[in-house]
Design a binder for this molecule. Structure first.
Ligand code: SF4
Length: 370
């Protein structure tokens, strides 16, 4: 393995990256926005000005059956909010979410309950997502009762089976969450998600709080379960080297928007957005693969309450071209390379031909940088 990914992880053999090309995607999001209202002071309220956090600001995504879409970006880029909105834990402010061809953007009642079964969420901190007053057995068994899947003896047997499936002994069913290690707690969280036989799992930083060796075990477990149960994953993480080992495709988010999306190999070997290149530059063993000079990121992202005009990355971009970066928001457009399925990036550099790129190379005395 060429990256500093968790030891022991392996890429699945058939990960050609067809998420964006699937004829009938399992999950499809169009123009998803999620804005939150900011607590306002007296003067704001007096003048009726509403201030909004643009946490997710117009995202399109497609995910096929049995595939994994990695969603990456710095803390605060909106990736967790996107995951929760896709799972309908948050109401989208705008946009359409289709699951298995059905519009679920405004689903309620029985339809929403069915969706809660089909789409499960695994959280970063299993300790806070597991009820401390319930035993592991009660936690894993509860969804079986809520969704009328099994009761009584049948439920107990299914819980035992789920424990074994995630690598835990059924003997631990009477223990409470605080009696487990972080990795074991995440296994309980996975068993709970698996109990209802979901089709999609949205995993929000599922291994970020774990030691590197435990990360590898959890990632390998998730990959085995994907093969066994035919699961699809949206795998959210800030660590690109982790995402690389699970994803068929990767979407890179910045300030509530997807700025690049493509097959995993394309993102690592031929990144087309300066932000992606900067993220990769922070992984020393990957820098050489991109074939581009890169500089690590500096500074912090702008506030999502008052996002910049034009390209959202222009205030930090090491490859800044000029006025157009501030004036026009670049579209997320196909960059037309040869990695098997659509590779999209939102950067004005992609409008330029080779000669213009060479002439304006920001790392060679051309325009660029700020
Ligand atoms: S559009 Fe301009 S500011 Fe935005 S990423 Fe491209 S070069 Fe950088």
């Amino acid at each position: 393995m060429s990256t500093d990914a968790p030891q022991g992880t392996e890429r699945a053999t058939d990960r050609s990256g067809s998420v964006g090309d699937a004829d009938a995607p399992l999950l499809e999001a169009e123009g998803i926005k999620k804005h939150f209202s900011v607590e306002q002071g007296f003067v704001d309220r007096l003048f009726g000005e509403e201030r909004l956090v643009h946490a997710v600001d117009g995202v399109d995504l497609r995910l096929a059956e049995r595939e994994t879409l990695g969603v990456v970006g710095e803390s605060g880029c909106g990736k967790s909010t996107l995951g929760r909105t896709l799972a309908r834990l948050y109401e989208p402010t705008a946009g359409t979410i289709r699951f298995d061809g059905e519009d679920i953007s405004e689903a309620g009642g029985k339809r929403l309950k069915r969706l809660r079964k089909d789409v499960q969420v695994i959280f970063q901190d299993p300790l806070s997502s597991l009820n401390p007053r319930k035993t592991a057995g009660e936690i894993v068994g509860k969804p079986l009762s809520v969704h009328d899947i099994a009761t009584g003896r049948e439920r107990e047997e299914r819980v035992d089976e789920l424990f074994r499936e995630v690598g835990l002994s059924p003997d631990v069913a009477d223990r409470y969450p605080h009696e487990f290690s972080g990795g074991q707690r995440q296994r309980i969280g996975i068993a709970r998600a698996l109990a209802v036989e979901p089709r999609l799992i949205i995993a929000d930083e599922p291994v970020s709080a774990l030691d590197v060796s435990v990360q590898a075990q959890i990632i390998n477990l998730m990959k085995r379960l994907q093969d066994e149960y035919g699961l699809s994953y949206v795998f959210i993480a800030h660590d690109l080297s982790v995402v690389r080992h699970v994803s068929d495709r990767i979407a890179v988010m910045y300030l509530g928007k997807v700025v690049e999306e493509g097959p995993t190999d394309a993102i690592f070997e031929a990144p087309q957005h300066p932000y992606t290149r900067s993220l990769l530059a922070a992984i020393p063993s990957v820098e050489g693969e991109t074939g581009r000079r890169t500089v690590p990121l500096e500074g912090n992202p702008p506030s999502p309450i008052d996002p910049p005009s034009g390209c959202p990355f222009h205030t930090r971009c090491p490859e800044y071209i000029g006025g157009e970066c501030e004036g026009d928001e670049p579209a997320l457009a196909d960059v037309g390379d040869d990695f098997g399925s659509a590779h999209l990036a939102a950067c004005h550099w992609n409008d330029r031909d080779e000669a213009e790129r060479r002439e304006q190379d920001p790392y060679d005395g051309g325009v660029g940088g700020q």
